[in-house]
Write a protein that binds this ligand. Structure first.
Ligand code: C2O
Length: 579
């Protein structure tokens, strides 16, 4: 329950919630499915705080699965213990156990979200995390909205998501959602024969008023294009960092990302308008992936009357014209057009002009098998090594080999000839994937640059790379192979780049980020495409303590959950802990 603090400059409060995680049966598309949710809701409850507040969430795990909750984008300064990454910052909360996450939310505003960080359950254990300015809505750097509307884009899976990871052997092919959702509603484009028409999400607006849409992509596997017929958006924040107002009729939002956008209800009020969220698909596959889409409605309220009064003779709603399913350019432009609002602001930060550490990280598919088999069709990898996090005994350990600074064997990373799942001779040589526990250690205060380079090896996916515990300046993106001599002078924006916790690395392209390693602790870095992280597209960044008490990681809370499996447990036991 949020302690309401209506007036300006209120003292920091403690916002407290109880999250009961359990399985409930939900029926859509003529089928009942067992879904793991928080407090019986999908999406789960929104957490609403004022910047500076403390948060205490009591997680009571009544599900049959191990559980952790991650507060996606919350920086957790000197508090990685509350970051909720199983076997990296904590042992999971076992079934019939509970744990209280306690953390502070400072120096960030706008929309974030929370989700389970155990395999695939983020698809149903998630909700909004809204941070309002300390000095009230009048201190928003944009006109005060009439109303704020969280829009959680998700997916409806007709399968128990807690079982997917167990049931897959070596490939995620064949696992697809049955529908996209907006705030849990499937919409009328998805139906089963003889079943009820699925309800769509309805947003009611008053003509002339201004609405703040808080969009979250909580889907497991897809970037979405979002449009509302007859309306434009003004994007004002992304990943809880304000951006210079950017007007567009399409929002592109990748898994893990959030976008805050203003919508002015300025269309003809007699007519309703459809809103559509469509999952884009970077490449044409064989067999083709099914289209994942949802449709809702934006409806004008007439003075005082109820919307149904529009009656049967109302014209049918207008539909938006969506980008092509395989057209990645709207996403490239959307991401490339965002610029930061407040870097020059007293509370803003500046982009490091010089860097102390540089990494070139390639993102690939490989053929390391999950269960010790010889050769498998697909596995995700980061820098030519699948990561497996090492956990033993009472608490997870941080044992790892350093992430190579650059790929050991450079090649033409984005050569389309590699895309078809071979294995051809050429691919076999380029794909030295191995199972390894990798990490990178940084001195406190180091300025770091990472160039993420997507490769064409057996796929052409985009990868939304999410770094815990930090925001990153996204200084550049491009297509093809990164070339420092050409791209640094031509493309780097060191003046007002967007500040994000998730960087979308374009299909067959690259993205460059800079950040300062000023948060001592152990921080997960992974693709937010859930099937990629499940097969190893992940590593850790470790920042060492600084010289003062205020720059050193305190010890973990005494009640942090303990791992099962006894002492000296093997990787297999650890995998069991995770599943
Ligand atoms: Cu939203 Cu590690 O994730």
């Amino acid at each position: 329950m949020a302690v309401a603090l209506p007036m300006a400059a209120a003292a920091a409060a403690v916002v407290e919630h109880t999250f009961v995680v359990s399985q409930v049966g939900m029926t859509h598309l003529c089928q009942e499915t067992l879904v793991t949710v928080v407090n019986g809701q999908l999406p789960g409850p929104a957490i609403e705080v004022t910047e500076g507040d403390w948060v205490a969430v009591h997680v009571i795990n009544k599900s049959p699965y191990n559980m952790t909750i991650h507060w996606h984008g919350v920086k957790q300064r000197l508090n990685c213990w509350a970051d909720g990454v199983p076997m990296i910052t904590q042992c999971p909360v076992r079934p019939n156990h509970s744990f209280t996450y306690r953390f502070n939310v400072s120096r960030q505003e706008a929309t974030l979200w929370w989700h389970a960080h155990v395999s695939c359950l983020l698809g149903c254990v998630h909700g909004a995390f809204i941070i309002r300015p300390r000095h009230g809505a009048s201190s928003y750097p944009f006109p005060k909205p009439h109303r704020e509307v969280p829009l959680v884009i998700g997916e409806w899976w007709q399968t128990d998501l807690g079982q997917i990871d167990k049931s897959l052997t070596n490939s995620f092919f064949g696992f697809n959602p049955s529908s996209a959702t907006i705030n849990g509603k499937l919409g009328d484009l998805n139906n089963c024969s003889g079943g009820l028409v699925e309800e769509g999400y309805v947003l009611e607006v008053e003509a002339g008023k201004n609405y703040l849409l808080r969009l979250i992509n909580a889907a497991l596997i897809s970037e979405y294009y979002f449009k509302i017929a007859g309306h434009k958006f003004t994007v004002v924040a992304a990943d809880a960092n304000y951006v210079k107002p950017y007007t567009t009729d399409v929002i592109a939002i990748a898994p893990g990302e959030t976008v805050d956008a203003l919508l002015v209800a300025d269309a003809a009020p007699e007519r309703s308008n459809y809103m559509v969220a469509l999952a884009n698909q970077p490449s044409i596959t064989n067999p083709p992936f099914p289209v994942t889409v949802t449709r809702g409605t934006l409806r004008y309220l007439n003075d005082g009357d109820d919307p149904a009064a529009a009656g049967d003779d109302a014209p049918p709603p207008l539909g938006p014209e969506m980008p092509g399913l395989h057209d990645m350019m709207p996403s490239f432009y959307f991401h490339g057009n965002l610029t930061s609002l407040r870097l020059a602001h007293p509370r803003g930060r500046t982009v490091p002009a010089h860097v102390d550490e540089r990494l070139l990280v390639t993102l690939s598919m490989g053929s390391v098998c999950r269960n010790g088999g010889e050769s498998c069709a697909r596995g995700g990898s980061i820098d030519h090594s699948s990561v497996v996090v090492n956990g033993t005994g009472e608490q997870p350990q941080q044992l790892y080999t350093p992430l190579p600074e650059r790929p050991p064997r450079p090649f033409n990373f984005t050569d389309r000839a590699f895309i078809p799942i071979g294995p051809t001779e050429a691919e076999a040589q380029l794909e030295p994937t191995r199972k390894a526990t990798t990490g990178q250690r940084f001195l406190y205060g180091a300025a770091v640059e990472v160039v993420f380079q997507n490769t064409a090896v057996m796929q052409s996916d985009y990868n939304p790379m999410h770094l815990h515990g930090h925001d990153m300046f996204v200084v550049a993106q491009g297509h093809g192979d990164f070339d420092a001599a050409r791209d640094v002078p031509a493309r780097y924006n060191l003046v007002d780049p967007p500040v994000r916790n998730t960087v979308l690395v374009p299909s067959l392209g690259w993205a460059a980020v800079r950040f300062v390693a000023d948060n001592p602790g152990v921080w997960y870095l992974h693709c937010h495409y859930e099937f990629h992280v499940a097969v190893g597209m992940a590593t850790v960044f470790v920042t060492e303590d600084g010289p003062t008490v205020g720059s050193a990681l305190p010890p973990p809370p005494a009640d942090l959950p303990k791992c099962g499996g006894g002492h000296g447990s093997s990787l297999d036991a650890m995998e069991n802990d995770l599943l």
